[in-house]
Design a protein around this ligand. Structure first.
Ligand code: RIB
Length: 305
């Protein structure tokens, strides 16, 4: 069984700081690194590290970062045959600031990700038809996301949409065509224009989407846990308390683990529980993909609980 991730590939330029500089101020960073990132790439790598067979559909520039990203996918045993190398545009780049609390702020330059057209996705049709799930986020053009959802529906392939980063005018009709809709609280608030300051408010906002026809909504709630709502189920999974060092990419870790387990077992609740643990483990380590555990490491973590 193969999982297709249609999404972004970035290089992350990350500074760890004690205090955000004010306008016009220069402050020293306590630590710095560059790393492979992009929401699509992160989700693909998390699933692959856990043992999933993953096809990545993405676009990179013909530059050093793009070459490095391709090599990183290969090292993680991800199928790169549908990654396009685009001339004349840089690989996507994310400037990330991580504060002492582990909280992050991201400035995104889409670069080649913006060139991942519906045509490039449809070029991968034969490979996509062999996949048991298609995973999408919003760091690529919206028209490409919609084309991929329609393709998935026409070919009866389940689809998961992670509406990140949030796009206010995301089509609800398109979201209704997805089997899984996985926002975090902030994205849920932007999409629904509703407050999400408590679990009840989060539930109300998610219910407003359910009433519009969405199927399974899984809200990732950071250190609180995750909420899964469908027409006949409501489950809250609380997160384990850990010392957060770097929360960057925790939502991607959640999705990578969820899809790896769900495509194997078909069990949504169990997959949400495992995904919550996997994301929790990732925030205890610095970095994004570097913080994702392998199947063996994750098994050992779960066994020690
Ligand atoms: O979700 C985390 C990711 O968002 C980072 O890896 C960065 O590339 C941005 O796209």
């Amino acid at each position: 069984m193969k999982i297709a991730v249609i999404g972004s590939t970035n290089i992350d330029v990350v500074s760890y700081i004690d205090k955000i500089p004010a306008g016009g101020e220069t402050r020293p960073a306590q630590n710095f690194h560059t790393a492979h990132g992009g929401k699509g790439a992160n989700q693909a790598v998390a699933a692959a590290k856990l043992g999933a067979n993953v096809l990545m559909v993405s676009a990179v520039g013909n530059d050093l970062f793009g070459k490095g990203a391709l090599e990183n996918f290969r090292q993680n045993k991800i199928d790169t045959s549908q990654i396009s190398v685009i001339e004349g545009v840089a690989t996507g780049e994310a400037t990330i600031i991580v504060e002492e609390s582990g909280q992050n702020r991201i400035l995104l330059y889409k670069g080649a990700n913006d060139k991942l057209s519906p045509e490039l996705v449809l070029q991968a049709a034969d490979d996509l038809k062999k996949c048991s799930l298609i995973v999408l986020q919003l760091e690529i053009p919206l028209e490409t996301v919609y084309a991929a959802i329609n393709f998935a529906n026409e070919n009866k392939i389940p689809v998961l949409l992670n509406p990140a980063p949030a796009v206010k005018d995301l089509s609800i009709d398109m979201a209704c065509k997805c089997d899984f809709f996985v926002p975090n609280e902030t994205e849920l608030s932007i999409l629904t224009d509703m407050p999400v300051n408590s679990r009840d408010e989060i539930k109300s906002a998610a219910n407003s989407l359910l009433s519009k026809g969405l199927k399974n909504i899984i809200v990732t709630m950071g250190s609180q846990g995750a909420l899964w709502l469908s027409n006949d189920r409501e489950e809250f999974i609380s997160a384990r308390k850990v010392q957060s060092v770097d929360s960057t990419g925790a939502g991607d870790a959640f999705i990578g683990c969820f899809v790896e387990n769900y495509t194997k077992t078909g069990d949504i609740l169990d997959s949400v529980k495992l995904a919550s643990l996997y994301a929790t483990l990732s925030v205890t380590k610095k970095g994004t993909q570097d913080s994702y555990a392998t199947a063996e490491e994750f098994k050992a973590f779960c066994a020690a609980l």
